[in-house]
Design a protein around this ligand. Structure first.
Ligand SMILES: C[S@@+](CC[C@H](N)C(=O)[O-])C[C@H]1O[C@@H](n2cnc3c(N)ncnc32)[C@H](O)[C@@H]1O
Length: 385
């Protein structure tokens, strides 16, 4: 069994070399939008070790965090898409990668006419710990004995709290391109928790990574070449989605899945997928007499809070779920029924979200509702009836 820290050193050494010289074996062909590549220096583009393009899903003005930013290509593309009102932060643990990204940053900034990006040193499974700050502190008080060694944990914890590398609830979109698989198994859970922590409520992660179609056997996981080559640390395609689910995300979906595997090893296929997942289903549930109708096409659906809904039926939902469904990625799948008499949020009772129940139309209209109306002219366009 290769220990966790050894796996990390192997990864660091391999990408340190890949920062200095293009490593052909690490390159998975990806087509980026050519208009965004024009102002990115060649050195950055040719040391591209991504497997997808999360930048396609970004929007103007967003604050973006790129996990394992490498030589900075996705950050430099994102900087153009989010524009001067947005912001991009790249995180990497390998000095040589950060050197290339930082060396090219002023060139990109000059061509772009603004600087809305920066590169920070950290491990993506521990986004609170600023490794450069820790380096500086350790230079001032080096580890010389057991006592100073044991004190380092406390120092790291203090830095996480007082000077977090990435603050909680501060990011609109976490992106990553072919990096999550490189994090050793014991830290994978913490990695997904960290992605969740740094995102603002209601915002999302868009992650491109390599997944496998079968479990990767232990002997393959212990192969340093396969591990650092983005192969044997891959989660299975369903395990990848489940990891987001366990961290508390909702609305998780596959945006892109390569039909052709990037590589096949011992009969196991490894391919690139792009996943989107949202943060923000947590919180209190209030009754405001709202209802939703699942439009289909499936006979029934089950959401990440275990609401099971049959096509075409009116369901009672809490205010939180109602508002979640009104946004991406759910919006297009539902019809929304507002109550005739609004219940202000401050007056709303709590709602039991642990069960799904149907909502009788009288609940949204009011028990005493007995209106009779003339035909609504809007129903017959251009007076055709
Ligand atoms: C396969 S390369 C991808 C680089 C970049 N995303 C791209 O599209 O070219 C993996 C990158 O992630 C970095 N990396 C790997 N594990 C990391 C970790 N646990 N924390 C931070 N960076 C990591 C490596 O240093 C390397 O730059």
């Amino acid at each position: 069994m290769v220990e966790a820290h050894r796996k990390e050193s192997i990864v660091r050494a391999r990408y340190a070399a890949g920062a200095k010289e293009r490593a052909e074996k690490l390159c998975c062909p990806v087509e980026y939008e050519s208009e965004y590549l024009k102002l990115i220096p060649r050195e950055v583009i040719e040391r591209d070790y991504g497997c997808g393009d999360p930048s396609r899903y970004l929007r103007e003005g967003e604050t973006v965090l790129d996990l394992g930013s490498g030589t900075g290509k996705i950050c430099f593309i994102a900087a153009q898409i989010v524009g001067p009102k947005g912001k991009v932060i790249g995180i990497d643990m390998t000095d040589e990668m950060l050197d290339v990204a930082r060396r090219n940053a002023p060139v990109v900034a000059e061509r772009l006419g603004y600087t809305n990006f920066e590169f920070r040193k950290g491990r993506i499974q521990d986004l609170a710990l600023d490794l450069e700050l820790l380096d500086r502190q350790l230079k001032d008080s080096p580890i010389t004995n057991a006592a100073s060694f044991l004190a380092t944990d406390g120092l790291a914890e203090e830095l996480r709290v007082k000077h977090p590398l990435i603050a909680s609830d501060s990011i609109d979109v976490v992106v990553s391109n072919c990096v999550l698989n490189l994090v050793e198994p014991k830290s994978k859970r913490q990695l997904f928790d960290e992605i969740f922590r740094v995102l603002k409520k209601g915002r999302r992660a868009v992650i491109c990574d390599i997944v496998s179609d079968e479990e990767v056997p232990e002997e393959m996981q212990n192969d340093p070449e396969l591990w650092s080559g983005c192969i044997s640390g891959a989660l299975t395609e369903d395990g990848f989605l489940q990891a987001f689910e366990h961290a508390g995300f909702y609305g998780i979906r596959i945006l892109k899945r390569d039909t052709r595997p990037w590589r096949t090893v011992q009969g196991i296929e490894f391919r690139s997928v792009t996943i989107e997942a949202f943060k923000g289903k947590q919180g209190e549930c209030f009754e405001r007499n709202q209802a939703v109708i699942y439009r289909g096409p499936f006979r029934e659906v089950l959401d990440d809070d275990n609401h099971r809904m049959e096509r075409g039926k009116r369901y009672a939902v809490c205010d939180k779920t109602y508002n979640l469904y009104k946004k991406a990625p759910y919006r297009e799948f539902f019809e929304f029924v507002d109550p005739i008499v609004d219940i202000p949020l401050v007056e709303a009772r709590s709602f039991d979200c642990s069960r799904t129940s149907l909502r009788h139309p009288k609940e949204t209209k009011g028990q005493d509702y007995s209106a009779t109306t003339e035909a609504n002219g809007k129903c017959c366009d251009a007076g055709a009836c």
